[in-house]
Write a protein that binds this ligand. Structure first.
Ligand SMILES: [Ca+2]
Ligand SMILES: [Ca+2]
Ligand SMILES: [Ca+2]
Ligand SMILES: [Ca+2]
Length: 609
């Protein structure tokens, strides 16, 4: 069939009257909103659809505001040794990381951005409380960390339980641990801490796997151990084929021994076969208080490990029902408010690989099923970072995905070169076998994806937001509430390009609530704690505190709930990782509530509304 019959004009007009009525009401509700002209209906008839869907303005927008906000970093790529020059753009295609952290504890989230060139400076943008930021990295001691090897993944957590956020930074050589002294400055304590990890690592996360209240660390190397891109002695450092490439780096778990010390865990808790890891997602999938782990692997199927009493059982078969061999991110959430977690994994969904993003839904029987295609999120180019984020505060978390591999000269295509190279295989391991990338493009200039959650599925609305012009090579994407007003914005770390800052704007008058958690019996950062909010109309929202999931990003560590236009909170409660549930009463709307875990079980009080 060539084309669908145009739907009847009468039907279209009837639907338009009903739907435009709602749109007009929405406009009238806006502050100072005069009787504006109703938005025009734009075609977009889907064959078989029952009535046309008018394109009234989205209830939210994402407005590019990096320059206005003073976020000025242009990510600087690593430059490998000249003998690797043929693959420099590929080897140097990862590194733009972002972390949102309130490093000075003034109640306003700040932004840390990494650079990957040797000698480049990282940026710590302090929130000025007025929508702008100032780089204070030099003063804080977090700028000059790239003297020997450039930075990759920044990860803030309180490793020594003193209430100050410390920084674990992976690089192209060895990781660094920097202790926040509580006066706005950081000191390198890597050697003293025993956390001496070496390897090229984009993937790291923190979790309290044994429930002792101290945050443990997992770091996974991407390339094999010993790979040195600055002084190569071995050129067999690339992947050995596009699937089942076992020759990448491994994951290592470090136990937090207390007293500021870490030690590598012998036997690695049963975590095996995590190679070429790009991201590690942490989530307590079964509410045991012990976090489970997902590894997004390049050139391999992803791995899922369930925490059984502090050791891990391989449950990867649960999520193996896919041909995806380029797992890039690991993002957990509960976007449809079912009370069961979902796992979103990005893949390469454009030439030359044509895989599909996966949205693994946990079923009531505990098994997983991929609904990515059915729910409309299976395609978004050569995709990297992704975050669930409620952009319009309607209770449903939306999904943002950033993408693009290497945007070089648009007239030169490296995929054409790859096609001519013949079949993928073991030859790929040796960098010397690859033709030069030069300034060619490989899956570059791609549109990011803003997927709006309609309650039934996700709808790609990028073209109707300020992200429509974003063709940069996105890597990490982090969520931040810059003004502490419940409107969530995005920081996008773009590879070799300027940072993106998309300020969240909302047209409706939806309410929200947020919680800033502090553990006492549990880890102080309260990672793994879960808050539920039950609304009188029956919806139960669940958000678990895991801000470092995704890819190369760490988001605002406050739990945020969009609540819709007229919410009545019937009950809100926290489940702490150490066990025990704390009732929060019916806390006031439209603000963040600090919540401290009661020191003893059975003495759970209510927080002040
Ligand atoms: Ca701050
Ligand atoms: Ca600390
Ligand atoms: Ca621990
Ligand atoms: Ca939403």
């Amino acid at each position: 069939m060539k084309s669908a019959r145009p739907p009847s004009k009468l039907l279209a007009a009837g639907a338009a009257v009903v739907l435009l009525g709602a749109a007009a009401l929405d406009l009238l509700r806006r502050p100072g909103g005069p009787a504006q002209e109703a938005p025009p209906i734009e075609g977009a008839f889907t064959p078989g659809a029952r009535f046309p869907w008018p394109r009234w303005p989205l209830p939210f927008d994402l407005v590019e505001s990096a320059a206005r906000a003073g976020l000025a970093n242009v990510h600087q790529r690593v430059v490998p040794h000249p003998s690797l020059a043929n693959l420099a753009p590929w080897i140097g295609a990862l590194g733009a990381g972002v972390a949102v952290v309130d490093y000075d504890e003034d109640g306003w989230p700040d932004v840390y951005l990494t650079n990957s060139a040797v000698g480049s400076k990282n940026r710590l943008y302090r929130n000025g409380h007025d929508g702008t930021f100032t780089d204070v990295a030099e003063r804080a001691g977090l700028a000059n960390l790239n003297a020997e090897a450039g930075s990759l993944r920044p990860l803030f957590f309180d490793f020594d339980d003193d209430g100050h956020q410390d920084l674990l930074l992976t690089t192209h050589r060895c990781a660094k641990l920097l202790r926040n002294d509580g006066r706005g400055t950081f000191t390198d304590v890597t050697r003293r801490s025993g956390l001496e990890h070496c390897g090229i690592a984009m993937a790291s996360n923190v979790f309290d796997y044994d429930g002792d209240g101290r945050l443990d660390v997992v770091i996974a190397n991407y390339m094999k151990e010993g790979a040195d891109i600055f002084d190569p002695k071995d050129y067999r450092i690339m992947f050995r084929g596009m699937s089942g490439a076992g020759n990448g780096g491994r994951a290592v778990v470090y136990h937090n021994d207390g007293g500021g010390r870490f030690s590598a865990v012998r036997g690695n808790l049963g975590i095996r076969d995590a190679v070429w890891t790009l991201a590690i997602g942490v989530y307590d999938l079964r509410g045991t208080g012990r976090p489970d782990l997902h590894f997004a692997l390049d050139y391999n199927l992803g791995r899922l490990f369930m925490n059984d009493g502090g050791r891990y059982t391989d449950a990867s078969a649960e999520i193996a029902d896919t041909t995806g061999m380029s797992g890039m991110c690991s993002e957990f959430g509960d976007p449809f408010n079912t009370g069961r977690p979902e796992l979103f994994v990005t893949y390469i969904t454009s030439l030359p690989a044509e895989e599909k993003n996966a949205l693994w839904r946990m079923l009531p029987n505990g098994h997983f099923s991929d609904a990515g295609e059915r729910l409309g999120v299976s395609r978004c180019g050569w995709a990297w970072g992704a975050k669930f984020v409620d952009l319009d505060n309607d209770t449903l978390q939306d999904l943002v995905v950033v993408n693009g591999f290497v945007s070089g000269d648009p007239k030169k295509s490296y995929s054409d070169v790859l096609w001519r190279m013949g079949p993928a295989g073991p030859w790929m391991e040796d960098t010397r076998r690859w033709p030069p990338v030069g300034d060619a493009t490989l899956a570059g200039y791609q549109h990011s994806c803003v997927f709006r959650n309609t309650g039934a599925r996700f709808e790609n609305v990028t073209a109707r937001t300020g992200m429509k012009d974003d063709l940069l090579d996105g890597r990490g994407v982090a969520v931040i509430d810059v003004m502490n007003d419940g409107r969530l914005s995005l920081v996008v770390a773009n590879q070799g390009q300027p940072v993106g800052f998309y300020r969240g704007e909302q047209r409706g008058r939806n309410h929200w609530i947020g919680f800033s958690l502090r553990g006492t019996r549990s880890n102080r950062d309260a990672l793994g704690a879960e808050v539920k909010v039950r609304l009188r109309e029956g919806t139960v929202l669940t958000r678990q505190l895991q801000p470092a999931n995704g890819f190369m990003s760490q988001s605002d560590p406050r739990l945020h709930f969009g609540l819709g236009p007229r919410p009545e909170i019937e009950r809100a409660w926290v489940r702490w990782p150490a066990g025990g549930v704390q009732e929060l009463g019916s806390p006031a709307l439209d603000r963040y509530h600090p919540v401290v875990e009661p020191a003893a079980e059975g003495r759970f009080g209510r927080i002040t509304p």
